[in-house]
Design a protein around this ligand. Structure first.
Ligand code: ADP
Length: 190
């Protein structure tokens, strides 16, 4: 990957970072699950999180009563390193509302983190697996939404995007470079 593409930025008192890796291994206060609206588990990130957290997670999410597209709900993390899982439902790509709902899924996850005193949070690339959102369209929405949130009033210290392969990481890095140009107040750490 080109050396000139950024993997880290400072926004207000928060750090935003992009890494290649596995969301289930993160030791942030919370990890975000790319869930479906039943909150009863699924494939991709959802399946990996439920496997790593253990069956207690399903017991808890069963009682949450589902989650609407663009919204987020919180549970404990059980056998994960992360103390909490924030379950959000991104849109299935294609509807006229896809972009708004994808932004909403990121924003609601951060609001739920804020309400629960979570300071460090890791996101996967929502909706870009089974839900079919092209990464080159999803990454700018993800980065713009998170950067705007971090420019407001909040207690978040770290937002880490955990991207599953180098191609996804590169798309997110391009989108971060664009945000750094567009939004004043985003700085690259020295
Ligand atoms: P959705 O249903 O919202 O599309 P998926 O879980 O199918 O969610 O995929 C979302 C993204 O997460 C995809 O880019 C996929 O490659 C990636 N992914 C799958 N497993 C993991 C994992 N363990 N850690 C991080 N990212 C993952």
């Amino acid at each position: 990957m080109s050396e000139s593409l950024p993997l880290k930025a400072r926004i207000n008192h928060a750090v935003l970072e992009l890494i290649e890796g596995d969301i289930t291994k993160q030791d942030t206060d919370a990890i975000v699950n790319a869930a479906n609206s039943s909150l009863l588990g699924g494939g991709g990130v959802d399946g990996a999180i439920h496997r790593a957290a253990g069956p207690e997670l399903l017991e808890e999410t069963r009682a949450l009563g589902g989650c609407q597209t663009g919204d987020a709900k919180i549970s404990r993390g059980y056998h994960l390193k992360a103390r909490h899982v924030i379950h959000t439902v991104g849109p299935i790509y294609g509807g006229s509302d896809s972009a708004r709902l994808l932004a909403s899924a990121y924003r609601r996850s951060l609001e739920v983190a804020q309400e629960n005193n979570i300071h460090t949070i890791a996101f996967p690339s929502l909706s870009t697996g089974a839900y079919g959102y092209p990464v080159d369209q999803a990454a700018p929405i993800a980065l713009e939404t998170v950067c705007r949130f971090l420019q407001g009033d909040h207690n978040i210290q770290l937002v880490r995007f955990v991207l599953f392969n180098s191609a996804i990481l590169q798309q997110f890095s391009k989108a971060l470079a664009h945000q750094i140009q567009q939004q004043p107040g985003i700085v690259l750490p020295a």
